[in-house]
Design a binder for this molecule. Structure first.
Ligand code: CO
Length: 478
């Protein structure tokens, strides 16, 4: 049974939504707690999985509006000799400190504005009130471990103690007001490659590279009339690709509308999607081509083949998913539209982009054998999926060549997050690490799967339920 809310969104008519516990605030913090392990952790697993995600959804008497708005918490699973310890700690960003000390929302988040009095003094986007709430992703750049969100304010923290150091020094050199939390790693140069939107009288997309130590260079500078909401970008060995889904903002409204960030973006399907292909060697635009209107958060991989550029993306038909991830809806069991892995074929010498499905299952939060396969032809991708429910409830392995049938892991009442691939040294071989919410038991566990078979290798019980979170990475040298 479903019913429609006031904006025509379908809601489930159930008294309690099983997975809603994944959107409840977590206040407990623990440090280096040994976890009970069922099964056997591989002896070669000696690094740490470090993740970030929203964990506090209320400040003072206000609730944050959207899943993406919650105050960030870091989680660390450290492996050694078949054992694992767990730590978690709030990221002490300026946004968090303000909330702690003043008991009010002080910064603009994705879909929540600060309290009125602050907002009146400083307008959202072009003010010093840009949030540094690094709830989306964790990356390592040289000696720095950074928590990222979509503002140019990466927050450095200690990868062992999870103690916050503060906004990194090179933040002031990021060439724009909006960036992404999904940079790529350039294995050849050791640089972090990302893009920023610079808004002003003339709007630009700027591809930029940051070297370990913080030296920053602009690789390419491309004009745009209306900046698109982009959460990640495509990369091949030679090219970087901006995929401008037609969810676009008038930059003046972004600065002056007085509305939360994402509410300034409008779905304009008549624009189609614009693919800007940038040559990474000299920053020149190799092609700017059109395709059907679609929306995505996550590029999974990209590569070149026979004069075409192929981008495999977890693709939605439209951006409705953003509307459905407001906390009031998602806690009430709003059913999400499916993302599936689709191949966007980008011709480099004329013609339009075409899109073809690669596999049937829902596919989000995808990972690959990144060190070996990123930007190159590949075969396997791992992601979170659902088997027809209202939330991601399984892990799936896809063969993008269509050779093997999908493989699955699932368990009753369990909701796995992003499965992070960790190589054992052989291509596409190793384990997947996923933090799973066990809703009926009101707790979480770390799941270790064999990446080849998707059989369960081990699970380690966490002392509390970890709210649904986004991304992180496995840090090897630890
Ligand atoms: Co993401």
């Amino acid at each position: 049974m479903v019913w429609m809310d006031t904006r025509g969104v379908e809601m489930l008519t159930v008294d309690t939504v099983e997975h809603a516990v994944g959107f409840r605030s977590l206040e407990d913090e623990v440090a280096g707690e040994g976890l009970e392990v069922h099964g056997e952790l591989p002896a070669w697993l000696t690094g740490s999985l470090v993740r970030t995600g929203p964990a506090r959804f209320e400040v003072g008497d206000r609730s944050l509006a959207h899943w993406f708005d919650g105050l960030a918490m870091l989680h660390r699973f450290a492996f050694d000799g078949g054992r694992v310890t767990y730590s978690n700690r709030f990221l002490h960003s300026r946004a968090f400190e303000h909330a702690e000390q003043r008991n009010e929302i002080g910064y603009s988040e994705f879909a929540t504005d600060p309290c009125r009095s602050i907002f009146a003094r400083a307008q959202a986007l072009f003010s010093p009130k840009l949030t540094d709430n690094g709830s989306v992703n964790v990356v390592r750049l040289g000696d720095e471990t950074l928590a990222l969100t979509e503002t140019p304010l990466p927050v450095a923290f200690d990868a062992h103690t999870l103690e916050t150091a503060g906004v990194t020094d090179w933040a002031e050199r990021v060439p724009g007001q909006i960036t992404i939390a999904h940079p790529h790693h350039d294995a050849e140069t050791g640089e972090m490659l990302s893009y920023a939107a610079h808004l002003g009288p003339r709007n630009r997309y700027r591809l930029y590279a940051v070297a370990p130590g913080g030296a920053l260079r602009v690789v390419a500078d491309v004009p745009t009339d209306r900046p698109a909401y982009m959460h990640s970008f495509g990369l091949t060995e030679r090219y970087a690709v901006l995929t401008e889904w037609p969810l676009v903002a008038n930059p003046i409204k972004l600065a002056l509308s007085g509305r939360p960030f994402i509410e300034n973006y409008r779905w304009a399907p008549e624009r189609g999607t614009r693919y800007t292909v940038i040559d990474r060697r000299d920053g020149s635009v190799r092609a700017r081509v059109q395709g059907p209107a679609t929306f995505a958060f996550h590029h999974v991989n990209g590569f070149e083949r026979d004069g075409e550029l192929l981008l495999d993306v977890s693709t939605y038909d439209d951006p409705r998913v953003i509307d459905l991830l407001y906390l009031d809806r998602i806690r009430a069991g709003a059913e999400l539209p499916p993302a599936t892995l689709r191949r966007h074929r980008v011709p480099l010498d004329g013609g339009d982009v075409t899109i073809e499905p690669l596999a049937e299952p829902v596919f989000e939060l995808g990972r690959i054998d990144y060190g070996r396969r990123n930007g190159r032809d590949y075969r396997y991708a791992w992601g979170a999926s659902d088997r027809g429910g209202a939330w991601l409830d399984s892990v799936v392995k896809l063969d993008v060549t269509g050779g093997d049938e999908p493989r699955w892991w699932f368990d009753d009442g369990c909701y796995p997050g992003e499965p992070v691939f960790v190589s054992d040294g052989e291509p596409d071989s190793g384990v997947l690490l996923s933090v799973v919410l066990d809703a009926p038991r009101d707790t979480s566990f770390l799941l270790v799967l064999d990446a080849t078979t998707l059989e369960e290798v081990a699970r380690a019980e966490v002392p509390h339920a970890i709210p649904f979170h986004f991304h992180g990475d496995y840090l090897r040298e630890d």
